[in-house]
Structures are given as C-alpha cells and as structure tokens.
Design a protein around this ligand. Sequence first.
Ligand code: SAH
Length: 264
Amino acid sequence: MRREKKAVIIHVIGQNEKNIPELLSRRDFSTLPPDKGIMRIDIITVHPELIKSPFEHSILKRAIAKGIVEVNLVNLRDYAFNKHKSVDDYAFGGGAGMVMMIEPIANCIEDLKSKVTYDEVIYMSPDGELLDQPMANTLSLKKNLILLCGHYKGVDERVREHFITREISIGNYVLSGGELAAAVVCDSIIRLIPGVLSDETSALTDSFQDNLLAPPVYSRPAEFRGWKVPEILMSGHEEKIRQWRFEESVKRTKERRPNMQSPD
Ligand code: SAH
C-alpha cells in the first residue's frame, strides 16, 4: 500500500515552534515593495540535516526571523513508498551508481504543487545553467521556488523532462549532493531581497553588479605593521573617494576578470 501523502513541511528553519507567534508579530514588510510579499523556498532533499545550518546563522537566519523569506526542508523519504523508504534504485542498462527514482520525486513535487503555485521547479545539477549574479538577481524577484537536490548518479531523466523548469549548476565540478549547491543558490538570492541586508544599497555595491568587481576595503587600524590604508579613504572627500573606488573596481576587473564586460 502506498503511504498516505502527509504534511511535508518538516521544519521551518530558524523558527522553533515556541516563538513562531512572536516572530510573526515582528514581521515587518515596510521595506518591501508593495507587490512583494514573503518569498518561499522549498528544498527537496534526502538529507535535510545537511542543509540546515546555513539558514541558522547570520544574514539568512535574520531574513527568516524577519519573515522576509520562508525556507522549508522537505524530506524526500516521506514520499518513498516501500518499507525501506528507499528513494534510489539501480540504473537501467547497468553501470556503477544508483539513480534517484522518479516516483517519490513526482509524488513530492505534485504534493507541494497542490498547495502552492511555484514560479520555478529547479534541479541542482552540474550540467545546468551556471549560477551568476544576473541569475541570482532574477531569482530574487520570484515568490515561490522549489529546489530539488540530487544524490548518487542524479535523478531519473524523466524527472528533468517532466517536472523541472530550470537546472542550475554552481560550477564545473561535481559535488556529492545538491544540498550545498542549493544553499549557495539560496544565499545568493535571499541577500538581495529588500529588507534582508541592513544597508539596502550594500548588495548592489558588491562584485558583479554593474559588471564590476568590488574595490578593496579597509578598516581600523589605519596602520598595521607599517602597512597603511590608502590616504584618500581617510580624506573625508566623498567625491574623490567615490572616484578612487570606481577606478580600483575597473582596474581589478581588468586584471581578474578580463572577459567581464566593462561599463567603460
Ligand atoms: N552523475 C552526475 C553527477 C551527480 S552528482 C553527472 O555526472 O553529471 C549528485 C548530485 O549532486 C546531482 O544530482 C546534483 O543535484 C548535485 N550536484 C553535483 N554537482 C553539482 C554542481 N556543480 N552544481 C549543482 N548541483 C550539483
């Protein structure tokens, strides 16, 4: 007998049940554009524990606590239908490595979709579109996303053909599972949502926005072991500092990312 479909949201990360009402009352959408409510990201994984930690600290934790984003870890094993809760099986045609079966994934995605309308159903995959800043910018404007993490040899190809709307790679190398990649994608998009970073402009002055790398930054002390901070930064002359930073950005971009299209 197939298991009953059950409630899938195993854990709203960073929110422990006791303080949910308090967190809800503290939600502040005043910094969000009027057309933008909470963003919801559902991550389908066989190892929820593997991906919890990035959401329990620092900026992502605060974004969740503020109610700007909701991240749900969905345990794929809850949709496994045999008593061993297996989600993988041997590959047709033979060869080393297990393949994640279509059925639990189909059940899971369809269950989520019966409750929420998603903008994208994303599969983390080394052969996907390479994640970059423009892609993160685009995804940060979405409202509801599913991220599917693969394992072993990956997922049955029919999942990709019939359920997935977008495939993302975080680089040309192979990881053991999609969890770390999904965490990278989430971090890159959540920090862009208005209200997440305390200084609203700061995400926009980071590298890759405007096709420029960020300029060097310094903090106290002004001199350490004889190594001095550039004078101009202590001049208090805003316009000159802006100009210096721009020139350093251009220089750095030419040196380190010569193929990145420069604005000049
Ligand atoms: N056999 C596959 C690799 C599977 S790796 C191949 O050769 O292409 C197992 C899982 O890890 C994948 O299903 C995917 O979800 C994840 N993964 C591995 N490398 C990744 C990367 N660079 N970007 C995103 N996800 C990745």
